[in-house]
Design a protein around this ligand. Structure first.
Ligand SMILES: [Zn+2]
Length: 315
């Protein structure tokens, strides 16, 4: 599994059984448990906060419910909030899951290994459950263009018979360079995208260290991009944080706490994040997306606009 073309693209699908995950959130550091459960046709992807009682504790994973986009995508409606949902949503969307109930016991989804691999591997091993309902798509019929003048970010959306996405990531960093990544629904998502881990720049880590905001293990699976040489003192401090010895900056400019799966793993992870945000369209898309320097803010604005334009004509 992992390829959409191995399921009937004309039918809706849900998961075959419940899948449980647990761990700390990347941003809040808080522990939470997640249970991905089968759901009825036409119910979409819905989160249920099991730790909240009284009134509704459910929130639909759609762009109208996006409240914050600083470093992750946060859904919120009244007291019901779910932060950093994008990795799980990417896995569900790219594997072709239309309907699922996600029970979550806290504010933020666990970061797990920094990728969507745990979700994709578990669900792919069982395959999906076909449902007795035809699948609706958002079919983009004219080009759309988004530009954020502050960040230089751009997103263009074109008509296409299938879902395709190309991204370009550029942080003005010599080490990172200009990285590109591609995904289309004919590719093996689990093997080519889902395993790509989150990343950050050493200068961000140093800033958080100076505020004493990084706790052990928080970054154990993150790719750390080092633009400049790293001092022995910083390396010693990071060895403490990661709990490993012999930490170094490799010649390519990354910290040696992880070995890259792909030369462009960071761009592939950025693409993973974009697919997680486009999952908030609420329906699979027939569109080709080109994103330059994508970010959660511009991604979710574009998806919100898509829903406004096409939600009544999904077919
Ligand atoms: Zn991410």
């Amino acid at each position: 599994m992992g390829r959409r073309d191995r399921i009937d693209p004309g039918r809706q699908h849900t998961v075959r059984r419940e899948y449980g995950f647990e761990g700390k959130g990347l941003h809040t550091g808080l522990f939470s448990q997640i249970l991905i459960c089968p759901a009825a046709a036409d119910s979409g992807i819905v989160f249920q906060r099991t730790d909240l009682s009284g009134g509704s504790n459910m929130i639909r994973a759609v762009a109208e419910n996006v409240k914050l986009t600083e470093r992750s995508t946060t859904l919120a409606c009244g007291p019901v909030k779910v932060q950093t949902a994008e990795h799980l949503l990417s896995a569900l969307y790219c594997l072709g899951i239309d309907n699922a109930l996600i029970k979550i016991s806290g504010d933020e989804a666990p970061i797990l290994d920094g990728s969507a691999k745990p979700y994709a591997d578990a669900i792919s091993a069982d395959g999906l459950l076909e449902q007795d309902a035809s699948r609706k798509y958002i079919v983009v019929d004219k080009p759309l263009h988004y530009k954020d003048c502050n960040s230089d970010s751009e997103i263009s959306i074109f008509p296409s018979d299938s879902f395709e996405i190309d991204i370009t990531a550029d942080y003005g960093s010599k080490v990172f360079g200009i990285q590109k990544a591609h995904y289309d629904s004919g590719m093996d998502y689990a093997a080519e995208i889902a395993l790509c881990r989150t990343f950050c720049f050493l200068r961000e880590v140093e800033y958080l260290l100076s505020l004493d905001l990084i706790k052990g293990g928080d970054l154990s699976n993150a790719i750390v991009v080092c633009d400049t040489p790293v001092s022995a003192g910083t390396l010693a401090h990071l060895e403490d944080i990661f709990g490993i010895k012999g930490l170094a900056r490799v010649p390519e400019g990354y910290l040696s706490n992880v070995k890259l799966h792909f030369d462009n793993e960071c761009a592939r992870h950025k693409l993973l994040d974009v697919t997680g945000d486009f999952a908030l369209a609420g329906y699979p898309l027939k569109a080709r997306i080109e994103a330059y320097k994508p970010g959660h803010g511009i991604n979710t604005s574009a998806v919100r606009y898509l829903r406004e334009q096409y939600i009544n004509s999904a077919k």
